[in-house]
Ligand binder design. Structure first.
Ligand code: TYM
Length: 332
């Protein structure tokens, strides 16, 4: 069976360390293991929260630059913008017609974003998961590498695929598997170890942006919340200390080590001693990516050319699927 991965990032706000570690770095680690790889910048999803979509053009190009700068070769992989492949929204419509509202109402991301004011919430936000299912299924993707917060949406994608297959009485779509790496599933906020790092947190100090300069990275790590206890010798002793655990885990990720080894190395030390080491490890990993992003963003014509090549390849696959979908639905 051909393996095909598809994943994407919404171009809202600043792309941050959580997106990098939870998504992009995990994609890069599996490039050699799958037959075909599609990475989308989901600009139509950004429009579901209008307040986040102000800098859509700039943010879309920044995410494209982040993909390439992190090691996704635009020649060997398909990097493209969602709105350049119209079949996504067409398939999303067909999915809207077979997806019960109850399924969409249960999505925790919708509940969090809509809050109590459901009547004022835009329809696009409600049907967002059907569009995400279309992003994945239009390519008949078999695997979807994401962070933990997207697991529920990928599970719903499987339900929608099954509902469509039942409707057309055919195993039309494969049921895609979410791939979630445990060590990077949930990178936490630098200000609150119980909240995930997120683009929508009002504080810039809660996250490291991929375009932050070295001084800003150092400052954000220096100001990151910790406690006054020294670093323990056992991982179990971190359970009640989420901020401490998050910072030590980041160091393990950037030094290709394990949390247990990092703890051994720093046992008994204060965070004031550990933080400069974490800043150094973070900068040495992120600075080359940031510098490459800046270079890529300076040549917009070239970046657009990469995106066009990606969209051409994506359109070829997507057009074939949509033709078969129309035929399966008995459309003229
Ligand atoms: P988005 O744009 O919120 O996030 C993009 C990716 O980053 C991961 N992520 C994190 N991982 C670990 N720790 C964090 N703190 C953290 N914050 C974000 C997310 O899990 C995600 O993998 N609905 C999706 C975008 C989307 C999509 C798709 C993804 C649309 N269509 C099809 C996969 C396949 C979203 O809003 O991701």
């Amino acid at each position: 069976m051909t393996t095909r991965i598809l994943s994407g990032i919404r171009p809202t706000g600043h792309i941050h360390l959580g997106n990098y570690l939870g998504a992009i770095r995990s994609w890069v680690s599996m490039l050699d293991q799958v037959d075909e790889r599609l990475f989308c910048i989901v600009d139509q999803h950004a429009l579901t929260t209008a307040e986040d979509a102000k800098d859509l053009r700039k943010n879309t190009l920044t995410i494209a630059a982040a993909y390439i700068a992190s090691g996704i070769d635009p020649v060997k992989n398909h990097i493209f913008v969602q709105s350049h492949v119209p079949a996504h929204t067409e398939l999303a419509w067909y999915f809207n017609c077979i997806t019960p509202m109850g399924w969409l109402s249960r999505m925790t991301q919708f509940k969090d974003k809509a809050g109590k004011n459901k009547d004022q919430t835009m329809t696009g936000l409600f049907v967002y998961p059907a569009l995400m299912a279309a992003d994945i299924l239009i390519y008949k993707a078999t695997h979807v590498p994401v962070g933990e917060d997207q697991k529920q949406h990928v599970e719903l994608t499987r339900d929608i695929a099954q509902a469509f297959n039942n409707y057309v009485e055919n195993n039309f779509f494969p049921l895609p598997e979410p791939i979630i790496k445990s060590e990077t599933a949930r990178i936490m906020s630098l200000r609150d170890g119980l909240k995930k790092m997120s683009k929508s947190d009002p504080s810039d100090y809660s996250r490291i942006h991929l375009l932050d300069d070295n001084e800003t990275i150092e400052l954000k790590i220096r100001k990151a919340k910790t406690d006054t206890d020294p670093i323990p010798g056992l991982v179990n002793n971190l359970e009640q200390r989420p901020e401490a655990k998050n910072l030590l885990s980041l160091y393990a990720l950037f030094t290709n080590s394990s949390l247990a080894k990092v703890i051994q190395e720093f046992e008994g030390k204060q965070f004031s001693e550990f933080k400069p080491k974490l800043a150094e490890a973070t900068i040495s990993h992120l600075a080359p990516i940031r510098d490459a992003m800046i270079k890529l963003l300076a040549d917009e014509a070239m970046l657009l050319q990469h995106l066009k090549k990606g969209a051409d390849a994506a359109n070829t696959i997507a057009k074939k699927t949509i033709k078969d979908v129309r035929s399966a639905l008995n459309m003229v």
